[in-house]
Ligand binder design. Structure first.
Ligand code: TXA
Ligand code: MG
Length: 333
């Protein structure tokens, strides 16, 4: 495996040329984005895309997001372009927003798991954009972790998970967002948020009016439209126990069952209240900071060999709450 580290000004021309050659040759390359690292390949090359599924151990009924660097690429992927999608693109691209639109038949079925729609996003990361632009290829890329585990937010996380399986990893520093993009289904009305992210329902509704959400964690969601949602996700080896309520209640509950195999994940400043290994993952009402740190802390819990982590639950309105709920391994479908 080879690692290329982007400098302050991004990648050099020679580096971009090399990455482009590899992508055109059907290689799978881990790349940074502003949300999480992605495991990328030429979206139009079926064999290359199949390799992504193999490397990740990803079920083949879980479709991938296609990453683009300009609107011309989008027009080559989709059948129609609703006005609401144009408005969202103007408001949020490049950025952590994925739109699911009707696909045209050039997009291989392996990318979309046979669906007649395709998920597309333009990342806001200069290294990612320069790679896509230089190669002039739309890149299919899921998060660059082993299927089911916490997403990678640094190049080292990618090396840890996939180092022996990919040819090339591009180090573009820590991801500034830290959780995956918000996904909006736009192939039918009413439009639906399939996965929450740092771009909130409120922000989306300000641009296109009322949308629905799929945020339910109990019972059966039904025939969900984002196939990835039915799988346990984002989950470290350690058991994740999410506890809501006040700090005092958290301390009482955790203290009663604490042992040397357990640790806690709490908000900034709360560490001194607990008598165990404790990680602070951000200020309680700072959704951006919590998102930025979430996956790195979950990975640390595994690295240190803990079997259980008690987590102070953030506001259910935050994307981190969604990821933590899914990490608990509760039946969510
Ligand atoms: O921020 C992100 O979105 C990151 C970075 C790398 O861009 N990518 C990411 O990809 O999170 P992944 O594969 O981990 O999640 C993609 C999600 C899955 O839940 C999948 O089911 C859904 O997108 N998806 C993809 N294509 C879809 C489609 N045509 N219809 C509905 N859902 C789709
Ligand atoms: Mg993923």
């Amino acid at each position: 495996m080879e690692l290329i580290k982007a400098g302050e000004n991004g990648l050099s021309n020679e580096e971009l040329e090399k990455i482009s050659e590899r992508l055109h040759g059907g290689a799978v390359v881990a790349i940074p984005t502003e949300t999480v690292y992605g495991l990328a390949a030429d979206a139009m090359n079926q064999e290359a895309v199949k390799k992504i599924f193999e490397i990740k151990g990803r079920p083949c009924d879980n479709p991938l997001i296609v990453h683009i660097s300009n609107i011309k690429m989008l027009n080559n992927l989709i059948l129609d372009f609703p006005n609401a999608a144009k408005k969202l693109i103007n408001a949020f691209w490049p950025g952590p927003l994925t739109l699911v639109l009707k696909k045209n038949k050039k997009v291989p079925d392996v990318v979309t798991a046979g669906l007649d729609s395709v998920a597309v996003r333009m990342p806001e990361h200069k290294v990612a954009l320069s790679i896509i632009e230089h190669a002039n290829l739309p890149l299919a890329a899921p998060s660059a972790n082993l299927s089911g585990f916490p997403s990678p937010t640094t190049a080292r996380h990618c090396v840890d998970d996939l180092g022996s399986k990919v040819d090339l990893i591009i180090d573009g520093g820590s991801c500034k967002v830290g959780v995956e993009s918000t996904i909006v289904l736009m192939t039918e009305r009413p439009y639906k948020i399939l996965r929450p992210g740092v771009i909130t329902r409120h922000q989306i509704e300000e641009v296109i009016g009322r949308v629905e959400t799929l945020q339910k964690y109990e019972g059966r969601i039904g025939d969900v439209c984002a196939p990835g949602i039915k799988y346990k996700h984002y989950s470290p080896n350690a058991e994740v126990v999410l506890i809501g309520g006040k700090l005092s209640e958290f301390v009482t509950q955790v203290s009663a069952v604490l042992d040397e195999h357990s640790c806690a994940m709490v908000f900034t400043g709360e560490k001194p209240n607990l008598n165990c290994m404790c990680f602070e993952y951000g200020k309680r009402f700072d959704s951006a900071e919590l998102a930025r740190n979430l996956f790195a802390v979950l990975r640390k819990v595994d690295e240190l060999g803990f079997k259980r982590v008690f987590v102070r639950a953030p506001s259910p309105d935050y994307a981190v709450y969604d990821r933590l709920m899914r990490a608990t391994g509760r039946e969510i479908f």
